[in-house]
Design a protein around this ligand. Structure first.
Ligand code: TYM
Length: 334
């Protein structure tokens, strides 16, 4: 609790270009929840270097991501928007939690298996202990709730296990966090292969809608989206392409999948795909315009970076000192 409010933590990697999946699965919910909770939204750059990065490019992407958080509607006065690398407590707590995490647990992480098969030439220890750093991110702020897409649920589960294990030894040190998953949009699938998650690392540009795609590109990509021969806008597993498009449309318009089915009852896939494209463009275009406007205001973004790093450091240090004391590190002499 901070000032009587429950705490929310979430983060995104500045790797690759953000997709519609990142927006609908996470960022959109962050904005909705930001009134109710005391929020920490991090650009998790420590996580990004588990895969080789071009330094100048990483810096550029990280700044753009931070700007995007604000452009998407997060109020910088109410929310703490900051770079993970500006708060050393993340790495420090991560080390301590490494000593409370089992190799067997980390071996079961599907994201590790996935990433190590994609980057077979660089299966580094950071990639393996990535979920521990993620646990540190969350536990450092004593977060009650963590809004994420479905692909991050396994990492939330291990976070809860690590926190529970630590608490069982040292008393109630950490708040046990709950995941928050949206009713729709929690797993947006590729437009070309709807059995696969839409991802920043998709190779075919038609697989994913990028957050910065213009309206024409968005509409063109939806026109090419894979569907089926049922010719019925129906929300069911047997029609994964259409189900995904209904999910996207419903999340963008605030309608339920049943309302979307009713709206397109008797209409063809061509009409439906066009409507999905229009709905997505009308959500993304204002955000893109706001990013462009904010990017020109360097001093404003810099002031947010500085103030919020200080605020995040304050709360992170509070938890870190408590943990250091519990595990037996010597008191600091002032
Ligand atoms: P990342 O950067 O891969 O993704 C950011 C957020 O977007 C969600 N997401 C999706 N949601 C729906 N459909 C999709 N196709 C889709 N693709 C991505 C993700 O679930 C995530 O919520 N490890 C995390 C970042 C992280 C983090 C944290 C998150 C680091 N520390 C602490 C929460 C709390 C990651 O790589 O997300």
């Amino acid at each position: 609790m901070i000032d009587g409010k429950k705490v929310l933590f979430s983060g995104m990697q500045a790797t690759g270009t953000l997709t519609l999946g990142n927006y609908l699965g996470a960022l959109k919910n962050w904005v909705t929840l930001s009134e109710e909770y005391e929020c920490f939204y991090s650009v998790v750059d420590l996580h990004s270097i588990t895969v080789r990065q071009d330094p100048a490019e990483l810096r550029k992407r990280a700044r753009r991501l931070l700007t995007l958080y604000i452009a998407a509607g997060l109020d910088k006065k109410k929310n703490c928007i900051y770079y993970q690398s500006h708060v050393s407590g993340h790495a420090e707590l991560s080390w301590i939690l490494n000593c409370f995490t089992y190799m067997g647990e980390l071996n079961r992480m599907t994201q590790f298996k996935d990433k190590s098969s994609k980057h077979a030439d660089n299966i580094n220890a950071g990639l393996f202990t990535y979920p521990v750093l993620m646990a540190a991110d969350i536990l450092l702020y004593q977060a009650d709730v963590v809004p994420v897409g479905k692909d991050q649920l396994q990492h939330l589960e291990i976070t809860r296990d690590i926190a529970g294990r630590f608490n069982a030894i040292y008393g109630d040190v950490f708040t046990i966090p709950e995941p928050y998953i949206g009713k729709t949009g929690a797993k947006i699938m590729s437009l070309q292969d709807p059995t696969k998650k839409m991802s920043k690392s998709d190779e075919n540009p038609n697989d994913s809608i990028l957050l910065m795609d213009d309206k024409d590109t968005i509409i063109r990509k939806f026109k090419r989206a894979v569907t089926d021969s049922e010719a019925k806008v129906c929300y069911r597993d047997e029609q994964p392409g259409i189900k995904n498009l209904i999910d996207i449309y419903s999340t963008c318009t605030g309608k339920t999948p049943a309302e979307t089915e009713a709206e397109f009852d008797g209409k063809g896939y061509g009409d439906f795909k066009l409507a999905v494209g229009e709905a997505v463009a009308s959500v993304l275009t204002p955000i893109q315009e706001e990013v462009a406007r904010l990017e020109k205001d360097k001093a404003y973004i810099d002031s947010i970076i500085k103030e919020n790093a200080d605020k995040a450091n304050y709360y992170a240090t509070k938890t870190l000192r408590k943990v250091q004391k519990k595990v037996g590190f010597p008191e600091r002499v002032r």
